[in-house]
Design a protein around this ligand. Structure first.
Ligand SMILES: [Zn+2]
Length: 282
């Protein structure tokens, strides 16, 4: 089995209500960091998991109806916080990124795609199909900003189910081994967004499970404390979401040594990388 180096970073954040993230919490404004991960694979090279926000979010939401997306989420991103700038601090250029794995096509995960014009984009069939069939004018209501998609995405997309070898996981069913060596394995985590995936990453010392928005707060899979039902309006399938959390709960019980990382859970992320830090190896 190959092992990868794993770096985590935050590329901007949006604001949310704690009472929405976890039902029953007192209502206060909290930050949802836009997590991304950089992996270094010994044969493939550099791989990104999600791409955070860039200032293009502001341009894409300048006019109605997309503006509603910006009004609700209150996104904050500075140029120096973008993935591409954080990579530059490590001496990496966009062309050093060969592969991007997208958990799903919401703007806080795919917002930096245009900065990487030569990377292959891996995603699930359902995530891709769902995104492409959304009408441009109403896509924002599903968290998608079509102007942030590369024009050549259909040529660069690699459908995980077609390109990767599969194996069967007792809890999650079919999982897909990105490079056929067990280093990065894609798991289907449906519910929050159509065709969402996460990745189980093997480093030299540990396994990390990057679960994107499968839950927003670690208390969901640790204590079954779900978000406020109002967020159902934004979710692809509440039923699938609850089922995914149940599987994560069981996964955590079976594999307590694996570090589970929800993309917007500050408590989980701050335990791994200092607040305000740029891309950081864990
Ligand atoms: Zn998200």
């Amino acid at each position: 089995m190959s092992k990868v180096k794993l770096f985590l970073g935050r590329a901007g954040y949006c604001m949310a209500k704690s009472s929405h993230a976890v039902k029953g919490e007192p209502s206060k404004d909290i930050r949802f960091p836009a997590l991304f991960a950089l992996m270094y694979h010994p044969q493939v090279g550099y791989v990104l998991f999600d791409t955070g926000y860039t200032k293009r979010f502001y341009t894409a939401t300048r006019n109605w109806p997309n503006k509603l997306y910006a009004v609700i989420t209150k996104v904050k991103i500075e140029d120096h916080e973008t993935v591409v700038e954080q990579l530059a601090k490590m001496g990496l250029t966009p062309d050093d990124i060969k592969v991007i794995v997208l958990s799903h096509f919401h703007a806080d995960h795919m917002g930096g795609l245009l900065d990487f014009p030569h990377a292959s984009i891996y995603c699930s069939q359902q995530a891709f199909d769902h995104t492409m069939q959304l009408p441009r004018i109403t896509a924002f209501s599903k968290g998608v900003l079509k102007s942030l998609l590369p024009k050549d995405i259909s040529c660069r997309v690699r459908i995980i189910e077609e390109c990767c070898t599969s194996e069967t996981d007792t809890l999650f069913g079919k999982v897909y081994d990105l490079f056929g060596d067990g280093s990065i394995v894609c798991y289907s985590l449906p519910g929050h967004a159509a065709g969402q995936v996460g990745v189980l990453v093997q480093t030299e010392t540990k396994q990390f499970f990057l679960i994107a928005d499968a839950c927003w707060d670690q208390r969901a899979y640790k204590q079954q404390r779900l978000p406020h039902p109002i967020v159902r309006l934004m979710f692809h399938s509440w039923k699938s979401y609850c089922l995914t959390i149940e599987k994560l709960k069981q996964f955590h019980q079976l594999h307590p040594e694996v570090i589970i990382i929800p993309s917007h859970c500050s408590e989980s992320i701050n335990a791994l990388i200092p607040e305000g830090a740029v891309l950081h190896e864990i």
